[in-house]
Write a protein that binds this ligand. Sequence first.
Ligand SMILES: [Zn+2]
Length: 332
Amino acid sequence: MSNQIAFCPECRQDVKYSIKENTESAKLKGETYEFTSHTAYCEKCGEEVYVAELEDANLQALYDEYRRKNEIIPLQDIRAIPEKYNIGKRPLSLLLGWGEQTFSRYYDGDMPSKQYSEILKQIYTDPNYYLSLLEKSKDNLKSDKAYKKSKVASVELLRALSASRQSKIDIVADYLLSQCREITPLALQKALYYAQGFFFAFYRTFLFEEDCEAWVHGPVYRDIYRRYSNYCFDPIDSIDEFDVSLLSGEEKLLLDSIIRHICCYSGKILESFTHAETPWVSARAELPADASSNVIISKQAIGEYFTSVKEKYRMLTPTNIKDYAQNMFSQI
Ligand SMILES: [Zn+2]
């Protein structure tokens, strides 16, 4: 399968070799790691032959496994940082307050400590963090030019990100608005809340990251509240075209059930549902009914509550949300 040549000590000549994949284990810093390695065999006699590139790749595979297990930043992420922020390896090291060569060593494959790895991860994933670091520590840099060109790159990166980033909660809100007629800001908030809770109950993961707050009239997602606050008690009439490919099949299935079985009630009725449910009640604790509050209702509390609802109602599919909603309605 290979036209590549290596020296075979058995045949005492250069031979063609073939490569086989094995699972190997090796010790690194006192721990044993399993990784996939590749070994070359002489095509004439079958003896193992030495191929430098394969040895390097095997060592790399072991180190990759070590990084994965210990949650150390992958090498390719480290290598992407200088280009991402248009900064040299040395200036970056200085910016971080590290030795001048430290970042270069990591770039060349040295293993960063957990602490340094966390810093590099944050830089890699969060341009805002990098930019604040650049501003705070620009005096560490020996050249103003390095600061300026990296700043231009970071600001540009942030601008591009915010243009492309539409968070999942926005997508969910857009879908609800595109499918529901006559939905008020109050009802939209409740629909988001039930979507989050029941999605977790069915799929063990949250639909979106945002936390809601236990306001007087029920759970509220603040950014969404701000966006539509000028509608007050009127239905939101911005019915945008919605690109349904933004949702997975599971997401759409669940949201369609929320639309059908939750959004058919008014915001006021849904408010009374939430006032009877543990997450909002517990988050507000002893607060008087009309006291304003921005206390967070934890996602965990929402997830646990709706998981117990799903169990109590023996729900098999999201369509069964209907049973819960009807029962809540019969009790108000
Ligand atoms: Zn041979």
